[in-house]
Design a protein around this ligand. Structure first.
Ligand SMILES: Nc1ncnc2c1ncn2[C@@H]1O[C@H](COP(=O)(O)OP(=O)(O)OP(=O)(O)O)[C@@H](O)[C@H]1O
Length: 227
């Protein structure tokens, strides 16, 4: 089942001599439950594509359609609610709040959304991500891999349908990277989620079910011909 589709999606930054066509007409379709890697050289347009798919930036033209809902038809206010409820974001920087414990960081997005914390699910997440004995620690008492696992738990806490990850293992050594990727892959299967992840690392992209390559702003789904 398709969860996300783009229709002639483009993004241009700047005007005149500073104009950059960061994303050329892109038509991709992503199936529910897939782990999709976006790969390409530096400056090829990976972050631009991820930010458009996740509703963090507006396209210059074209549309992002998620489960039948066009993001551009939502007001700024509704888009931010939609993003908070439907999406999880993981970045290279863990962005944890230093004065909150691991567990408090994980449940923060739920509290900010005025929702009741599903304690059983949070416990399951904490256990699944191997954080049970670290839940009351502050971020600076955690290793890089543990901090990224907290950031992953935080991204999964609101049970998002799609997780967007921008080089989530970029700050981790290779052994820890593989562990984190394996956990991410397992968690999307366990919680029936879709993962869209940027990487420039070929080893990392091997974890994915599908690959979108991007070159000079032109995105192609591997194995599929763009119309
Ligand atoms: N806010 C912006 N204003 C102007 N140009 C931008 C902006 N953001 C990105 N660009 C340009 O758009 C192009 C694509 O950038 P993007 O960040 O999407 O690439 P990337 O593949 O994610 O790169 P990297 O791997 O280095 O992070 C680049 O030429 C970049 O300079």
């Amino acid at each position: 089942m398709e969860i996300l589709r783009t229709v002639n999606l483009t993004k241009t930054y700047g005007k005149g001599i500073t104009e950059v066509e960061a994303l050329k007409e892109t038509n991709i379709s992503i199936q529910k439950g897939m782990f999709v890697a976006i790969v390409g050289a530096s400056g090829s347009g990976k972050s631009t594509l991820l930010h458009l798919l996740g509703g963090l930036e507006n396209p210059s033209s074209g549309e992002v359609i998620i489960e039948g809902q066009s993001l551009s038809q939502l007001s700024e206010h509704h888009l931010s609610i939609y993003r908070r409820r439907k999406f999880g974001f993981i970045f290279q920087q863990f962005n944890l709040i230093p004065v909150l414990t691991a567990e408090e960081n994980i449940v923060l997005p739920i509290l900010l959304d005025n929702k009741v914390v599903d304690k059983e699910y949070i416990n399951e997440l904490i256990q699944f991500l191997g954080l049970s004995d670290r839940r009351h620690h502050l971020p600076n008492a955690l290793s890089g891999g543990q901090q990224q696992r907290v950031a992953i738990a935080r991204a999964l806490a609101n049970k998002p349908s799609i997780i967007f990850a921008d080089e989530p293992t970029g700050n981790l050594d290779s052994k820890v990277s593989l562990e984190v990727l394996d956990l991410l892959r397992q968690s999307i299967k366990k919680f029936n989620q879709t993962l869209i992840m940027i990487t420039h690392d070929v080893e990392v992209s091997k974890f994915a079910d599908r690959i979108i390559t991007i070159q000079d702003g032109l995105a192609l789904q591997v194995g599929e011909v763009q119309q």
